[in-house]
Design a protein around this ligand. Structure first.
Ligand SMILES: NC(=O)CC(=O)C(=O)O
Length: 635
């Protein structure tokens, strides 16, 4: 058993916050025999310093959690909010206290989940798992399932909750309305403290625990608030903005004048929860004193054990513990069923936590550009669209194949540039840096050592060239009476597969005709790509025939996201592009598709969708590699 709950609560209650309130909180803690000041003194002097050092121990620092577990109660549409999961900024309390009137506009850095774990930590986790597996576990632990992963709590401070807009309210509504005991004829979501006394002790306790948890979350969010996101950039790690305490926010959440007088009661409930958890730890001390706190590092494990024992000794010294022995006294059927109801409600609330959207997604912009014969115009227009993409919160902007030159072998020598010294590259680099955005630079004719290539460059938000893909499969086709095209008359093929990393996921790159070759997409999937981008210019013959089919097929085969970005159709040009830029999800559904005119379409890459698809239709695990080798067959 880990001490997370009490750790969290005690950290919230630690001194300091009280002096920031515009109101005083003193006196008795409801349903307990102890004063606020007594708890403060005990906590600040004895508990908080110990917990602050305990949370740095690996055993507590790394927390195993399944971030992908389905919400069992409703389809969680907050799953993939734009940009990061975040807590909405709130203006004022509404009638229903503890509920804010919130704007939907996200604070851009809030909620970014940092899943960075060092290699040595990963090695340690394997040891921990082996150790856990060897134990006799009598119940199914919540973190047992295969999709659970460790997160480093130090890298994911409490400011992150994943709550967003209506979904956050829905979660609290369901918790309070459907999973809290309520006095009869009270229909508001939050029960006024004066009405709580109409319920028996057990039901009051339940309500106070939930309200205390809610208060602790709100205090934490105010304590680590995004004060300014000036220095942050879209794909950089969490924390590049300026974070700190927001006293106004704290007061808006708790001051009596903003909360119909209820805020101070919510804080009292947090104290109540603190006492209840302290008591729970003391009750479990016999067990906790024997726990090994195994992480594989003997020295640290011994230190952790020692620190826990010391902590428990101190906790036992506290004289005003919550007296749970007066609860569930009735041996009647009613008394027993109340206890069972208690258990069920707590279980439900734990499951509801899976409905807290966890953002593992990002927005990509597919820029269907009208390409002209004038190179500077093309570049200029492309960059303007990148700016629009950024303004619409896209984190990656993708340009079409041959975006700086008309598509045709006769044009390639004239428009070709060196990479990265050519003018197009310089502009892309500058733009990526200025806007702090990833740019997948469609493709341009490249010249190197006298050879021409059809090449895609990728730029990171610092303006650095992080990948370069030369079209591997040249577009040489002949459909009599329809279209004849021979890229190999002018171009040489590239010989390298190309991926690049963002801090969200790995991305594979192909160009147009490359999409027809499933092997390439298959390799990208094997390399761990979550998205494959194909700048591409199909035409009026092959476009209607195969464009959508191929993108859906690549997505379907590999259960990942696929984006195809075409130039807009220009009927005055030699080559009539099909357009129809397309964004396909891992279940092979078209999530966005353009017509043939110049436009931007957007797609959301939701990494959880990939995991879900692979779990639901596990083709990647069911491959019969034992029978696919044809070298043994007589053909
Ligand atoms: N233009 C291409 O490279 C490919 C294409 O149009 C097709 O495959 O069809």
């Amino acid at each position: 058993m880990k001490l997370y709950v009490v750790l969290i609560i005690t950290c919230f209650v630690n001194g300091g916050y009280k002096s920031n309130f515009l109101f005083e909180l003193t006196g008795k803690i409801n349903d307990c025999s102890c004063d606020i000041d007594v708890v403060d003194e005990f906590n600040n002097a004895k508990i908080y310093p110990r917990i602050s050092s305990l949370v740095l121990k690996d055993f507590f620092r790394f927390y195993k959690v399944n971030l992908r577990r389905e919400c069992p109660f409703w389809k969680d549409s907050s799953h993939c909010g734009i940009r990061y999961c975040q807590v909405e900024s709130c203006n004022e309390y509404t009638e229903a206290a503890q509920e804010f009137d919130c704007e939907e506009t996200p604070h851009q850095d809030l909620g970014y989940l940092n899943t960075t774990i060092s290699v040595s930590s990963l090695e340690d986790f394997a040891l921990w798992q082996a150790y856990d597996d060897a134990q006799d576990l009598f119940c199914r632990l919540p973190d047992e399932d295969g999709d659970a992963q460790y997160v480093d709590l130090r890298l994911n401070p409490e400011r992150y909750t994943g709550f967003k807009g209506k979904n956050a309210h829905r979660i609290w509504h369901v918790i309070y309305k459907e999973n809290c005991f309520r006095p009869e004829n009270i229909y508001e979501v939050y029960i006024r403290s004066s009405k709580l006394t109409g319920m028996c002790l057990e039901k009051r306790v339940f309500y106070r625990v939930i309200s205390g948890l809610h208060a602790s979350i709100n205090i934490h969010l105010s304590a680590k608030y995004l004060l300014s996101d000036k220095n942050s950039n879209l794909l950089s790690q969490c924390g590049t903005g300026l974070w700190g305490p927001n006293i106004e926010e704290l007061n808006r959440k708790f001051a009596p004048e903003f909360t119909n007088g209820e805020g101070p009661q919510w804080i009292r409930n947090l104290y109540f929860l603190y006492l209840l958890e302290l008591r729970a730890l003391v009750k479990a001390s016999a067990y906790l004193e024997q726990e090994e706190y195994y992480t594989g590092n003997e020295k640290e494990d011994a230190e952790t054990r020692k620190a826990i024992n010391n902590f428990l000794m101190i906790a036992k010294e506290f004289q005003f513990h919550f007296n749970e022995s007066v609860m569930f006294q009735e041996t009647t059927l009613d008394g027993k069923s109340l206890k069972e109801e208690f258990r069920q409600h707590f279980r439900n609330i734990s499951s509801i936590m899976d409905c807290v959207g966890c953002d593992k997604c990002f927005k990509v912009a597919l820029i269907q550009l009208n390409v002209t014969a004038d190179k500077p115009t093309n570049i200029d227009r492309a960059l303007k669209y990148v700016q629009t993409a950024k303004e619409n919160s896209a984190e990656i902007a993708i340009l079409p194949e041959c975006f700086n030159s008309p598509y045709g072998t006769k044009f390639f020598p004239k428009y070709a540039e060196k990479i990265p010294s050519g003018e197009t590259c310089r502009c892309l680099s500058e733009c990526a840096k200025k806007l702090s955005i990833y740019i997948v630079g469609g493709s341009i004719p490249e010249i190197e050592s006298g050879r021409l290539y059809n090449t895609c460059t990728v730029w990171d938000p610092q303006g650095k060239l992080i990948a370069k893909h030369r079209k591997m499969h040249l577009f040489d086709i002949d459909i009599p009476g329809k279209i004849t095209f021979k890229e190999s008359d002018a171009l040489s093929p590239g010989n390298d597969i190309t991926t690049f990393e963002t801090d969200k996921c790995k991305i594979g790159v192909g160009i147009c005709y490359d999409v027809r070759f499933p092997e390439l997409a298959n390799i990208y999937r094997k390399l761990g790509c979550s998205l494959i981008v194909y700048p591409g210019a199909f035409n009026m013959t092959t476009g209607p025939l195969h464009w959508e089919l191929l993108f859906r097929a690549r997505a379907c085969d590999n259960q990942l996201f696929v984006a195809g970005v075409s130039p807009a159709r220009d009927l005055t040009a030699d080559y009539h592009a099909w357009g129809h830029s397309i964004f396909v999800n891992p279940v092979a559904q078209v999530e966005a598709q353009a017509e043939h005119e110049e436009t931007i379409i957007y797609g959301i890459v939701d990494l959880a969708k990939i995991a879900e698809t692979r779990q639901n239709i596990p083709i990647l695990k069911q491959r019969r590699t034992d029978v696919y080798d044809i070298s043994h067959h007589h053909l």
